[in-house]
Write a protein of this length. Structure first.
Length: 248
């Protein structure tokens, strides 16, 4: 999502971030283990691992946790075997939803996701039901106190970014998947801290949400999905009106 919709969602999530610190570390650990399994444990030779490690350090993840996750991926320590899946569905008001899952038990994950959609007024859909509505790319959100626009454009575009949008809350940098690592590394080397950095599914068409009750119903589903242990990321097409997520 672009604009205030994405930024307000980030602020909404930050309110519960401290309470979910263990969940954040668990998600990053899975990403590290998978990256190390697929590309080796040396970040200099493994761009995916290098990018995940940047996120781990941004979240102040303990070094011991990082080392264990890498060694599980390389087989130096015993660990579970993870698989990655993508589920698609709809939240209330026809909002498209994509859920990224990393799990050691596909049947459990599928059952929990289906149940969560049903209980929260949404419905799980089949493969490619909503994926065509989204663009897969790298996304970085950066607050304006980190860097001025001209400097950011020089750094990001030189590193391979394809678009930089300036919003009231900050900057949104978009990059092709193939350039995600190089942009991430360039921002890190320039000392620019990001509010959010991910390989995202960005909706091509947004669904405007201006009613507080509708917004609450949608976020109840999004938050419930986000709370599931097997869920890594949740993306949606809702475009929330300014301040609507702050309403009781």
């Amino acid at each position: 999502m672009s604009g205030h919709s994405k930024w307000s969602t980030i602020k909404h999530k930050k309110g519960a971030a401290d309470a979910k610190r263990g969940k954040i570390f668990s998600r990053i650990s899975k990403d590290i283990t998978l990256a190390a399994k697929n590309g080796g444990g040396d970040p200099d030779m493994n761009p995916k691992l290098r990018t995940v490690l940047l996120k781990a350090r941004a979240e102040n993840m303990p070094s011991d946790n990082i080392d264990r996750a890498i060694k599980k991926g390389t087989g130096e320590l015993p660990g579970v075997v993870y698989e990655e899946f993508v589920y698609e569905g709809y939240a209330p008001n026809g909002v498209a939803v994509i859920v990224e899952v990393t799990t050691d038990n596909k049947n459990r994950a599928a059952s929990e996701i289906r149940s969560t959609f049903t209980k929260r007024g949404g419905n799980l859909a089949g493969a490619n039901a909503v994926a065509f509505m989204f663009n897969r790319c790298g996304q970085f959100l950066i607050s304006k106190d980190q860097v001025d626009e001209e400097k950011l454009m020089d750094i990001a575009l030189e590193a391979g970014a394809e678009d930089i949008k300036t919003e009231a809350e900050g900057y949104e940098v978009l990059a092709p998947i193939t350039e995600y690592d190089s942009v991430s590394q360039a921002l890190s080397e320039a000392g620019i801290e990001v509010e959010s950095s991910e390989l995202a599914y960005l909706p091509e068409t947004l669904t405007p949400i201006s009613d507080a009750s509708d917004a609450k119903s949608i976020m109840n589903l999004i938050d419930a999905l986000d709370d599931l242990d097997d869920v890594q990321n949740v993306f949606h097409s809702a475009d929330f009106a300014e301040g609507i997520l702050d309403e009781e």
